[in-house]
Structure formats: structure tokens, C-alpha cells
Design a protein around this ligand. Structure first.
Ligand code: SAM
Length: 242
């Protein structure tokens, strides 16, 4: 067997193992895990667009809710010299996997200190760092409206003025929940969507629909204003399709 075949097989086996791990963690706690499978490559690419667009400028990057590292892997390959990546994940089994992934990643051979893995909830992250780019994998629609607001406010606080946040939401979850959930659960879902929409009306600069993901997802990009917080929301964000 040649080298390419063995390394290709290794990657496939690794993805397979990660798929199972994700499914097991979702069975343990579906609300916090937020999905039954890791994000696909197209979604990871859409979420990490602000990093590519600013290359080769050194950036401070935060990824929140990294799971098995589907998006982390995309970020690692895009890290430019002098950039730093903080990864935040509360699930201890995912955090362990992320440490393994980041310590062994060939792209970091020159400087493994570029990446730190924090086993923590984003709300409890203890850091003085401020970020140019935040990539969120958090399942916001699984939270209460108050939790979602706390998280969005924390993101804004952690961003440098002018910094960018990307996050995603799966398409069709409201309709699916309406079919299978109680009225109270549907009301919670609607309230949390409204809470997050409030931030989009103020700070969104664009959104993309990623069809090549299971399930398809919408990626939003928000920007913290460079000056004081604007009094009025900006115009409706443009909708592109990826
Ligand atoms: C939908 S998964 C996304 C995983 C990965 N980013 C991906 O795209 O495949 C959500 C992740 O967020 C993590 N999570 C949930 N609540 C969190 C919180 N408050 N702070 C940080 N991470 C959280 C979960 O443990 C899970 O790994």
C-alpha cells in the first residue's frame, strides 16, 4: 500500500470515529451538543471566510463550541504566522480530542503555542484577549432567550471594534420542532430566534445558505462597530447562497 492510500485511509477512519463520537455525545445530551453530526467542509469553509479574507495579517481568533474539531481543522490550516487561536469547548471528551488534534497538527509544527484549548463554557471563559474573528458553533436555538443574549453580548465584548463573528443555524429547525415539540418548546424556540434576530438587525453584514451540509445551514456574519454602538440598526443584510 502506498503512502497516499494509508494516509487517505487514516483520514477516513478518523472522520468515521468522529461521526460516532458526535452521535454518542448527542445521545448523552442533545441540547448542549446541538447536532448529531459534525459540520461538513462547505460549512466549515463558510464559517472561516473572515480568516481567509484577512490573510496574511496575523489575527487573534476564537472558536466557541468546537465539538470534534470539524471547523477547528479548517482554522488550523489557515493560521498565518503570528496568528493565535483559542478553542473553547465544555464537553471534556471533545476537549480531549481537540487537544490531541491541535497538538499533533502538522501546520503547527513550528509553533504549537499558537493554539490553546479551553475546557469551558463560553460564558465562563477567563481571558483578557480580544479577538479579530470569532467563529461560533454554539447551538443557540437550544438555549433559553436569556442564555442566547448572554452569549451574544459576550461575543460582542470579546471582539475588537471592527471584529467579525460568524455563526450558523440549521435550516428548517423551527418547522421540525413545531411538528414534534410541545407548545411551550415552540414558544421558547421562537423567543430565542427573536433574541438573536435583534443582534442581526444591528450588526449583520451578510448571510449565506450552505446547501452542501447535512442538514443545510445558514451562516450569518456580524461585525462589531468600530465606533460606539450604533443607535439604529443598519439596513437589512444581503443574502448570498453558497
Ligand atoms: C453543533 S456542535 C458544533 C461542533 C463543531 N463546531 C462543528 O461544527 O462540527 C455545538 C458544540 O457547542 C458546544 N457547546 C454547547 N454549549 C456551549 C457553551 N455554552 N460554550 C461553549 N461551547 C458550547 C457543544 O459541546 C458542542 O460541541
Amino acid at each position: 500500500m502506498d503512502d497516499w492510500t494509508t494516509s487517505h485511509d487514516r483520514v477516513l477512519a478518523q472522520r468515521h470515529a468522529e461521526g460516532w463520537m458526535f452521535l454518542i455525545e448527542a445521545a448523552r445530551d442533545v441540547r448542549t451538543t446541538g447536532a448529531v453530526a459534525p459540520s461538513g467542509k462547505a460549512l466549515a469553509r463558510a464559517l472561516t471566510g473572515p480568516v481567509r479574507e484577512q490573510a496574511p495579517r496575523p489575527l487573534d481568533i476564537l472558536e466557541a463550541g468546537s465539538g470534534t474539531g470539524a471547523v477547528t481543522r479548517a482554522l488550523l490550516t489557515q493560521l498565518t504566522p503570528g496568528s493565535r487561536l483559542d478553542v473553547v469547548e465544555p464537553n471534556p471528551r471533545f476537549a480531549e480530542r481537540l487537544r490531541h488534534l491541535t497538538h499533533r497538527h502538522p501546520h503547527l509544527a513550528g509553533d504549537p503555542a499558537q493554539v490553546r484549548v479551553h475546557q469551558s463554557y463560553l460564558e465562563e471563559l477567563d481571558t483578557d484577549r480580544r479577538y479579530d474573528v470569532i467563529v461560533s458553533g454554539l447551538p443557540l436555538t437550544n438555549f433559553t432567550p436569556e442564555q442566547a443574549e448572554t452569549i451574544m453580548n459576550r461575543y460582542l465584548e470579546l471582539l475588537h471594534p471592527g471584529g467579525t463573528l460568524t455563526y450558523f443555524a440549521y435550516l428548517g429547525t423551527r418547522r421540525a420542532r413545531r411538528l414534534v415539540s410541545s407548545r411551550a418548546e415552540s414558544r421558547r424556540h421562537h423567543a430565542v430566534e427573536e433574541a438573536v434576530a435583534h443582534y442581526r438587525r444591528r450588526y449583520a453584514t451578510g448571510c449565506w445558505t450552505v446547501w452542501a451540509n447535512l442538514p443545510p445551514a445558514k451562516v450569518w456574519r456580524l461585525q462589531r462597530p468600530t465606533g460606539p454602538t450604533p443607535a439604529a440598526p443598519p439596513a437589512q443584510a444581503a443574502d448570498f447562497t453558497a
